[in-house]
Design a protein around this ligand. Structure first.
Ligand code: PBG
Length: 336
């Protein structure tokens, strides 16, 4: 959107620094603000008995369900509306078809139902994609060397139903198969889950910034040197992102997401302007790792950079941000 700006009277009549002079007047003219309500917290859960640190993501852990419940209590009390739960599944439970995804007693289903039992007022989001469960690390099943779209979509519908039955409030297809949003919507509606929302990873790029996440859920070694470029988007493309988002909205997405975050703020802005949908960005694991590493090396003020990165998403038009900083940022917002 280009807007016509009337010509400004020149200096010294116009002094833009006047409004910046005092803290109160800076607050008065602030165009955007960040609140805990805009923060979605991605968490990793596992079936081991203790918290396991993720080395590239200082402050982030794989949590046993009991520890996840404690952490969720703090998140809710800070005003965070939604948790995104990711399972780290042991290799022994992985196979080429990702069958464990359909187990109603799988880790993510148990985590979702425990969370809803403990905190009925806290939203729970679960990914729909097979990568935590496949021995090859791909988001779908492989037929003749290629991730098969339509067969994968059928499995994803059953995965979505298992998650909905466990109490998950938002299903988030993160697999980038064609037609999956419509298929998941029909499956949910057909089984009485019309109120379950869909946040689609609508414009999801084949990105190098997912590295630490794949370590955290244990799909990195499964994937090896393979990549996801036959289904995730080419970072060179923007027009295509608008087509992806348009399709997901037409298929019934309630909310749309752009991923990764900071390197793709142009896409966030264009999506928000084009569709006026509830729009979210995912500040992914590699972005978090970069900021933490730079802060640990003394190159930047970590807390200031965290808050600056989060307001950038709001400025770009995002309604909210999935961020591993969610709790740290919400604590900081509360402290004022
Ligand atoms: C799974 C999924 C990924 C992320 C969220 N869901 C990784 C991938 O697509 O390989 C990445 C999140 C992050 O890096 O923080 N489909």
């Amino acid at each position: 959107m280009t807007r016509f700006l009337p010509p400004l009277p020149p200096y010294p009549h116009s002094r833009l620094r006047r409004n910046r002079r005092d803290s109160w007047s800076r607050r008065l003219v602030a165009e955007n603000s960040l609140s805990a309500a805009a923060l979605i917290w991605p968490v990793f859960v596992h079936d081991e008995g203790r918290k396991l640190p993720i080395p590239s993501m200082p402050g982030v852990f794989r949590l046993p369900i009991a520890a996840l419940i404690d952490a969720a209590g703090e998140a809710e009390s800070l005003g965070i509306p939604l948790l995104a739960v990711f399972p780290a599944v042991p290799d022994a439970k992985k196979d080429p078809e990702g069958r464990e995804a359909l187990n109603p007693e799988n880790l993510v289903c148990r985590a979702a139902s425990s969370l809803k039992k403990a905190f009925p007022g806290l939203g729970v989001l679960c990914d729909v994609a097979l990568d935590p469960y496949t021995s090859h690390g791909h988001d779908g099943v492989i037929r003749a060397g290629y991730v098969d779209n339509d067969e994968t979509v059928e499995i994803l519908c059953r995965q979505a139903l298992a998650e909905a039955r466990a109490g998950c409030d938002i299903i988030a297809p993160s697999d980038m198969m064609d037609g999956r949003v419509g298929a998941v919507r029909r499956a949910l509606d057909g089984e009485g889950f019309a109120p379950v929302r869909i946040m689609s990873y609508a414009a999801k790029y084949a990105s190098a910034f997912y590295g630490p996440f794949r370590e955290a859920i244990g799909s990195a070694s499964s994937l090896g040197s393979a990549d996801k470029r036959t289904y995730q988007m080419d970072p060179a493309n923007a027009e295509e992102a608008l087509r992806e988002v348009a399709l997901d909205i037409a298929e019934g997405a309630d909310m749309v997401m752009v991923k990764p975050g900071l390197p793709y703020l142009d896409i966030v802005r264009r999506v928000k302007d084009a569709f006026s949908m509830p729009t979210y960005a995912y500040q992914v694991s590699g972005e978090y790792a970069m900021l933490k590493a730079a802060a640990a090396a003394g190159c930047i003020d970590g807390e200031a950079a965290m808050m600056e990165s989060l307001i950038a998403f709001k400025r770009a038009g995002a309604d909210g941000v999935l961020s591993y900083f969610a709790v740290e940022a919400a604590r900081r917002l509360k402290a004022g």
